[in-house]
Design a protein around this ligand. Structure first.
Ligand SMILES: Nc1ncnc2c1ncn2[C@@H]1O[C@H](COP(=O)(O)OP(=O)(O)OP(=O)(O)O)[C@@H](O)[C@H]1O
Length: 264
């Protein structure tokens, strides 16, 4: 059997937060392997530890136990091999779209000609090249998130970590962004770990959906989604999609109250 190094390899990860004298176990123990090029979503009850998990993989917060490897290399702090995207776009309001995407490359010391070429490539990939001279305030929420995505991709990270990136968008824009993200992901060929509250979003986008239990998080189930790509929004109407969605819904509702009660 082929034995390829996974893009992300999380082994026996545990996280305990300390609040004064109190200890909060956010993650009991999670092991997860994300194969190269796959799109993996994480869903789970509110407060179960999804963001904590993603931020540990990103190296933004320290783990208590376990190991995180990106393409076989152990990591415990942020690095250019991991690109992170959040719910809010965090663009510089005083810089135009082009300069927002160029910024990270500029501080890396990349020469201008090369930088300009990369920025043009990614702004075209997210279909916003015509808006390169606009300020973020002149753009819609969906456009801002596409620029954030262009900015992250411009760094050419090995893996993309996304924490509810469409959480602040209206339902229709959100669906359009899912279709766009699928296209961009297929063209860029990255491995993705995507945290969402939205079951439909997870099923539509993913090769694999990982369902977390209530806090402290463990993996409740790993579900493979094998609808053909590229998927269109019509896939929502198929019986198979509805069956998977209902199954995940049942798994999450078995967990009702567990995280919130303890997490208050
Ligand atoms: N800095 C912190 N200090 C102490 N406890 C924390 C800290 N950050 C998160 N927690 C606790 O850890 C648990 C998991 O939080 P986390 O934000 O990872 O969950 P989540 O599943 O992403 O939540 P949501 O779905 O609501 O976004 C919660 O009980 C939260 O209160």
């Amino acid at each position: 059997m082929e034995n390829k190094t996974p893009a992300m390899d999380i082994e026996k990860l545990g996280k305990v937060y300390t609040r004064g004298k109190e200890e909060v176990t956010a993650i009991q123990e999670i092991s997860l392997q994300v194969p190269e090029g796959k799109f993996v979503s994480i869903v789970g009850p509110s407060g179960c530890g999804k963001s904590t998990f993603l931020h540990i993989v990103g190296g933004f917060i320290p783990k208590t136990r376990g190991t995180v490897r990106i393409r076989g290399k152990e990591v415990d702090k942020p690095g250019p091999d991991r690109g992170m995207m959040f719910q809010e776009s965090a663009l510089f309001p005083w810089k135009n779209v082009f300069d927002n995407v160029a910024w990270g490359l500029e501080i890396q010391g990349m020469e201008k000609a090369k930088r300009d070429e990369i920025v043009e490539h990614y702004l075209k990939l997210v279909n916003l090249w015509d808006f390169r001279n606009n300020l973020p305030s002149e753009l819609s929420g969906g456009m801002k998130q596409r620029i954030s995505l262009a900015r992250v991709l411009a760094f050419n990270p090995d893996v993309l970590l996304m924490d509810e990136p469409f959480g602040a968008l209206d339902a229709q824009t959100r669906e359009k962004m899912q279709v766009e993200l699928q296209r961009i992901w297929q063209e860029s060929n990255k491995s993705v770990m995507f945290v969402t509250h939205d079951i439909d979003e997870a099923v539509f986008l993913s090769d694999i959906v990982v369902v977390f239990s209530g806090r402290p998080a463990v993996i409740k189930e790993i579900i493979e989604i094998d609808f053909q790509r590229p998927r269109t929004l019509d896939v929502h109407k198929t019986q198979e999609f509805m069956n998977i969605r209902n199954h995940i819904w049942d798994l999450l509702h078995q967990e009702d109250g567990k995280s919130d009660e303890e997490g208050m």
